[in-house]
Design a protein around this ligand. Structure first.
Ligand code: HEC
Ligand code: HEC
Ligand code: HEC
Ligand code: HEC
Ligand code: HEC
Ligand code: HEC
Length: 356
């Protein structure tokens, strides 16, 4: 009886034997297969540390882009989108440009990527987002739960079917800020009246032009007038007649002239075209209202009012944006899609509107 109590039951012995065999197999497997670097730092493969460190990071950060895309980087840094880093929109730049077009060198102890001059550019291309509506609405489409601090828009009414980048520069999307700065110092309207004598032959004594192709200036936005004169002066807006006129103007002259004309009372040119043409234009003008005002009077001093301008002048201006003779990134995008007929309709509509 004592004997049978001291001996383990046979099924327990077999179980222990199975455990022992299992343990032995595990031990052999460990000796045969375990990486030598296991345990060097902790309970993981020590060599993995060096491998991960040698990996090129997927995301390089905006600083990386600066050396090769200085202009974009500067534009982005000055704008409101600097909270959105380059690679959020363009994708990870790990291999951009490729090793073929750039090398990593050690400069002052910091490893820096440098472009190889003359090397064929076989780099991995970064994507330029093809559909800006899809991209921008990710963050800006109106949603009930979205914090109001993140500016939101009703996509259909705000942009119509247009791409966001027609009007917004993705690298600095706030519209108007750039133009408003150009307005310069507020001028003196009385001094402007005297200086405007030189302009009267073409723009009328009180800024109301009698020529169908020459624009009236009376009642036009002050910032816009100043910006236009600066653009003629610098050559950014070349025109055979105005370039010569603006060349001799000082910044003070420009401020005074802009003050005089913007204060002058306007007189709508009126449209010679049919009411039908103008009403077709009214429907098309919905796309222009966000900048030129619902009734053609702009709410932004840097953007021109169109109400009551000369019909032929409006046609010429839109065609000039189309051909590139007159350059403005917003208007180029907007005018591109207009047909000759639509230009006529829009011009008829705006010419017939009451000015300010
Ligand atoms: C070492 C120089 C270098 C750096 C750094 C660099 N790029 Fe570029 N990138 C280039 C060159 C060169 C091109 C133009 C090559 C070509 O003609 O396609 C280019 C083109 C691009 C393009 C346009 C691609 C196209 O299809 O036209 C985008 C977008 C771009 N880079 C974004 C970035 C961003 C974002 C960064 C920073 C994360 C960056 N790049 C960093 C050299 C660089
Ligand atoms: C909010 C999204 C967004 C951000 C952030 C952004 N980009 Fe872009 N980028 C775009 C879009 C959209 C285009 C295409 C613009 C076009 O077709 O007019 C573009 C075009 C470009 C191009 C090629 C076209 C050209 O003008 O030569 C380069 C290069 C570029 N971006 C570099 C950068 C760099 C560098 C940064 C960061 C400093 C950056 N981008 C940040 C959206 C963005
Ligand atoms: C990853 C999210 C993100 C994407 C994508 C993005 N934005 Fe933005 N955007 C922001 C944030 C965040 C701000 C606000 C920055 C601030 O207020 O400091 C902003 C600001 C703006 C503003 C200025 C709003 C104001 O205060 O008046 C405009 C306009 C704008 N974005 C347009 C665009 C356009 C157009 C695109 C597409 C090319 C785009 N955004 C893509 C996040 C984004
Ligand atoms: C036809 C031109 C046009 C198009 C296209 C356009 N916008 Fe705008 N957007 C404007 C104007 C004008 C403003 C007002 C800017 C100002 O007052 O400085 C504005 C303002 C904004 C603002 C700031 C809104 C606020 O409450 O302050 C955001 C965000 C914005 N747009 C995003 C977009 C996005 C996203 C798209 C593409 C789906 C887009 N926009 C397409 C003209 C346009
Ligand atoms: C010889 C005729 C002539 C004289 C003199 C003249 N202008 Fe002009 N002006 C024009 C013409 C033509 C245009 C339209 C040019 C264009 O399409 O860019 C114009 C355009 C303008 C514009 C832009 C209007 C707009 O809506 O974009 C301004 C501002 C302007 N003139 C101011 C002046 C001032 C100030 C003077 C006097 C110092 C002056 N002009 C003298 C013929 C003249
Ligand atoms: C996103 C803002 C924006 C929208 C939308 C817009 N414009 Fe403009 N428009 C401008 C700006 C800014 C200027 C001044 C550009 C310059 O200095 O040449 C301008 C100038 C013009 C001029 C020249 C005015 C003059 O006095 O010389 C005409 C004409 C014009 N726009 C017509 C239109 C029409 C038509 C539409 C709609 C199809 C439209 N615009 C939509 C911003 C806009």
């Amino acid at each position: 009886m004592a004997d049978s109590e001291s001996r383990m039951p046979r099924h327990i012995v077999r179980l222990l034997l199975i455990f022992a065999i299992g343990g032995a197999i595990a031990l052999i497997a460990r000796i045969l297969f375990q990486d030598k670097s296991y345990g060097r730092y902790g309970i993981y493969r020590g060599d993995a540390v060096a491998e991960i460190a040698a990996d090129e990071p997927m995301y390089q950060g905006p600083g990386y882009c600066q050396s090769c895309h200085a202009e974009r980087h500067a534009e982005w840094t000055a704008g409101i989108h600097k909270v959105v880093v380059c690679e959020t929109c363009h994708g990870a730049a790990a291999k951009h440009p490729s090793a073929k077009a750039a090398v990593t060198v050690d400069l002052a102890g910091k490893s820096t990527r440098v472009r190889i001059a003359g090397e064929r550019l076989e780099h991995i291309k970064l994507a330029i987002p093809a559909d800006s509506v899809k991209l921008c609405t990710l963050c800006h489409e109106k949603m009930p739960g979205r914090p109001a601090a993140q500016k939101q828009i009703e996509v259909s009414s705000h942009a119509g079917g247009q791409q966001c980048i027609v009007c917004h520069n993705p690298h600095s999307p706030k519209i108007g800020a750039a133009g408003a700065q150009k307005a310069g110092k507020p001028g003196d309207a009385a001094a402007g009246r005297k200086k405007a004598a030189a302009c009267a032959a073409c723009h009328g004594a009180e800024g109301v032009s009698g020529n169908p192709e020459w624009p009236s200036l009376a009642g036009q936005q002050r910032g816009y007038l100043a910006g236009a004169l600066l653009a003629y002066k610098s050559g950014a807006r070349p025109d055979p007649m105005m370039s010569a006129q603006a060349k001799g103007l000082s910044e003070a002259d420009i401020g005074d002239l802009a003050a005089f004309y913007s204060d002058a009372s306007c007189k709508a040119a009126g449209s010679k075209s049919s009411a039908q043409l103008a009403s077709a234009g009214k429907a098309k003008a919905a796309a222009c209202a966000s900048c030129h005002g619902a009734e053609g009077v702009s709410g932004n001093p840097a953007w021109p009012s169109l109400a009551g301008l000369q019909e032929a002048y409006l046609v010429n201006a839109l065609k000039a944006y189309q051909s590139g003779a007159r350059r403005n990134p917003m208007m180029a995008g907007l005018a591109k899609g207009l047909s000759e007929a639509e230009i006529g309709q829009l011009a008829a509509y705006y010419a017939g509107l009451k000015c300010k």
